[in-house]
Unconditional design. Structure first.
Length: 413
């Protein structure tokens, strides 16, 4: 008994020692995070929010604002300055994404795709020579990138790529169509996933960097979308599109791995985008409730409205903490697949809920374009679909939880 007590006492001392030490599990912000957040908030309020409704109606790409975002370092937040980026971390990226998206969800997704889906895989898997050409001008905001994984027939089944790439001498020849490509018509290059060996299924997919202007590389019509209408979305069509052999990203057969790891990080960006949309809707609802009077008092004093505000704010704040945690885990080099899926699931569904409730608070005014909440509602909806639907996020989360508790995924059909 005394031996057990001594062991327990030693363990207790160790726990007390750890309790006094700084914990890496807590999310901490430094001065650069605060400065970035403030700068992005000011830019969103002064440059994005005033035009967001107009460019949404006109389906107009905000070229001038995107250029300024590049000058601010926002198009390559977590890319090192050696390769044209801001040299910050993923927590900074999440903070910036939320503020930009609070001002304009379309600007947010343009930024997210260039950061998460284009710059990250090029930074992670490219050679230095490739980074010089295909990362530096993109992370600096001089050029814009996009990510081409989805196809008209494969949806969430990313491993069923029918787009093919065949090696012909010193060139890869691509054939097929990619669908729902954000930034497509405006991008200067695309990270494209194509099958190089059909017999290997998902292990036979490879990634390529395909520049705009490649012969045989064309665009489908711009999609007329429900939301994020100032961002351009189209199909990419490859008909004997020939690119140099050295445009292979990573090794042959690594495409599926590159795509999945890219989407993990991309979900942090979309979670932050969803938070920005939801925060904008919440702020509009709260301000309206303080000004709108009914039965002789501001409706914000009514319990039913206060209940809505409480639920809206709580869902957003909980999702925000999940998002920051996923970003912090990525920065620490720890596994974050499950946590990124949790963040994306919670934030996207919270955003849609908050925008829905904001319309209820505004009543008829929430249903017309005089107020921005109808746009927030339309913009929020896509966050539950792209970069993995809510249904896919639940599968990813469940698999992660089962593996943690059981030690492996559940076998069987």
């Amino acid at each position: 008994t005394s031996t057990m007590f001594r062991v327990g006492g030693s363990a207790l001392k160790a726990v007390r020692s750890l309790a006094k030490a700084p914990s890496r599990s807590f999310i901490t912000f430094n001065e650069s995070h605060d400065m970035l957040k403030e700068a992005c908030a000011q830019f969103a309020d002064e440059e994005l929010a005033p035009i967001a409704g107009e460019i949404d109606k006109e389906h107009r790409y905000p070229a001038e604002q995107v250029k300024k975002m590049g000058e601010m370092g926002l198009m390559g937040v977590a890319v090192s300055d050696r390769w044209g980026g801001a040299g910050m971390d993923n927590l900074a990226y999440a903070l910036a994404m939320e503020e930009i998206s609070r001002g304009c969800a379309s600007a947010g997704v343009i930024m997210s795709v260039n950061n998460s889906l284009y710059s990250w895989p090029v930074n992670q898997y490219a050679t230095d020579a490739q980074r010089e050409q295909w990362l530096k001008p993109f992370a600096s905001g001089e050029k814009l990138g996009c990510f081409a994984l989805s196809e008209p027939g494969n949806g969430s089944d990313a491993g069923a790529a029918s787009c093919t790439a065949v090696l012909d001498g010193d060139s890869w020849v691509l054939n097929g169509t990619k669908a729902w490509i954000t930034n497509g018509p405006d991008a200067d290059a695309a990270v494209v996933f194509a099958t190089t060996d059909k017999d290997l299924k998902h292990k036979g997919i490879s990634a390529f960097i395909v520049p705009k202007g490649t012969p045989g590389f064309n665009y489908g019509k711009k999609e007329d979308k429900l939301g994020i209408r100032a961002s351009s979305t189209c199909s990419l069509i490859f008909e004997d599109a020939r690119i140099p052999k050295e445009n292979l990203l990573g090794e042959q057969g690594m495409g599926f791995k590159i795509a999945m790891s890219t989407l993990d990080g991309g979900r942090i960006g979309i979670a932050a985008q969803a938070l920005g949309i939801g925060q904008a809707a919440l702020e509009t609802a709260v301000k309206y409730s303080a000004e709108r009077k009914s039965f002789g008092q501001p409706i914000g004093k009514m319990q039913v409205i206060q209940t809505k505000i409480a639920d809206m704010a709580t869902r957003l704040e909980a999702s925000r903490l999940l998002t920051w945690r996923a970003a912090a885990l990525k920065d620490a080099g720890k596994p974050y697949t499950k946590e990124a899926a949790m963040a994306k699931l919670a934030a996207s569904e919270a955003s849609t809920y908050v925008a829905h409730q904001a319309i209820q608070v505004l009543g008829g005014y929430g249903f017309v374009t005089d107020f921005p909440v109808e746009r927030h509602y339309r913009d929020a909806r896509i966050t539950e679909i792209y970069e993995g639907t809510s249904e896919i996020q639940r599968l990813v989360i469940a698999q992660g939880v089962i593996k943690e508790i059981v030690g492996s995924t559940i076998k069987g059909r």
